[in-house]
Design a binder for this molecule. Structure first.
Ligand code: NAP
Length: 323
């Protein structure tokens, strides 16, 4: 399958995006260890060279917009129209580094304007509400997003971390082209609600955590010791019984990798972008070799026999988790 064939339409818009997008959170260096702006710039270049045209950032990606700053360095190296830049507003960090949800319309506008300054561009292709604000009705945040759309600062609007009732309430006030939930080969909760809703409303599903923060890249061994500062150890999937069962599952992927000649990360991302209703998987990376590897997922298809093996391993893990 050619890379060109992997361009997909973003909702009902005229925008076309690659089925693998580059997630810029690791470049922010807030939870990832060892990120630096030189490697990050190389990562964006490698992504672009590998056929990725879709960059995912946010106002909150970095204490001072570090991921926006790297994208700004890359933008002069290509035509602006060759890149689809998506950002998000509605989350920021307070002076103590604590996460704050504030999605009042004035705040959303101010965050987008600040991001545009950091990005050194006049518009973003897609602006998401990063997450609903518990203190602001979502319809009010949606009204703020509609104004950003009408002002031309954002070409299209999306939402992230919402449920179906919030999708209904948001879209009553503002049209959207994309919804950004977490989803991967092990965490498939959205298949029963978000994906059908998006299909029905011609909204793209742009998923985050396809590699489950590296767990599904297959390089973390069973006896891996997380560094003191590595926040991944706080997630259940990296702990106790889940960690053991996840390693059993990844062992099956490792076997498929040996048989197919494709890496575990490629297999996992390939599986994700070929699920019904999925437009793009946002793969995080902070080094060029990482995104080169995941971008290769756009160039081939998993054999049916291997798909069945993956499904059996998934069902076995689900059974064992329930016991
Ligand atoms: N809307 C939201 O609320 C939200 C939330 C989370 C994420 N996102 C978006 O989704 C993107 C993806 O999420 P994510 O970055 O957290 O997680 P992810 O894509 O599931 O995993 C990325 C991590 O996997 C490891 N990795 C990547 N490629 C690899 C490779 N080829 N080989 C080995 N390891 C590899 C890297 O970790 P190491 O380098 O540390 O090994 C990298 O930081 C984010 O960057 C962000 O744009 C959005």
């Amino acid at each position: 399958m050619s890379i060109a064939r992997q361009r997909r339409r973003l909702g009902n818009s005229a925008i076309e995006v690659s089925s693998v997008g580059l997630g810029c959170w690791p470049m922010a260096g807030m939870t990832t260890i060892g990120a630096n702006s030189s490697d990050s710039l190389d990562t964006i270049r490698a992504a672009f060279d590998a056929g990725i045209n879709f960059l995912d950032t946010a106002f909150a990606y970095g204490a001072a917009g570090e991921s926006d700053a790297v994208i700004a360095k890359f933008l002069p190296e290509c035509e602006r129209s060759d890149l689809v830049v998506a950002t998000k507003g509605g989350i920021h960090w307070d002076a103590d580094g604590k996460r704050v949800n504030d999605a009042r319309p004035a705040v959303l506008r101010s965050e987008l304007e600040q991001s545009l300054e950091r990005l050194r561009t006049d518009y973003v292709d897609l602006f998401y509400l990063h997450a609903p604000d518990p203190n602001v009705p979502i319809a009010e945040s949606a009204g703020g997003c509609r104004e950003l759309l009408e002002s031309g600062l954002a070409r299209t609007i999306g939402v992230s971390n919402v449920d179906v009732s919030q999708l209904d309430a948001f879209t009553a006030e503002c049209p959207i082209v994309a919804c950004q939930p977490p989803y991967n080969i092990l965490q498939r909760g959205i298949e029963s609600d978000i994906i059908p809703w998006c299909k029905e409303h011609s909204v793209s599903v742009v998923t985050y955590w396809p590699l489950m923060k590296g767990l599904l890249a297959g390089k973390l061994k069973r006896d891996h010791q997380f560094a003191e500062k590595d926040s991944r150890k706080n997630y259940e999937v990296f702990q106790g019984k889940q960690w053991e069962l996840n390693q059993d599952f990844v062992d099956v992927l490792r076997e498929i990798s040996r048989e197919s000649g494709h890496s575990v990360a490629e297999i996992v991302v390939n599986w994700t972008i070929n699920q019904p209703g999925i437009t793009t998987a946002l793969c995080g990376a902070k080094r060029a070799d990482q995104i080169r590897e995941t971008a290769r997922a756009m160039t081939w298809s998993i054999a049916d026999g291997h798909l069945q093996k993956i499904q059996s391993a998934f069902e076995l893990r689900e059974q064992k988790l329930a016991n």
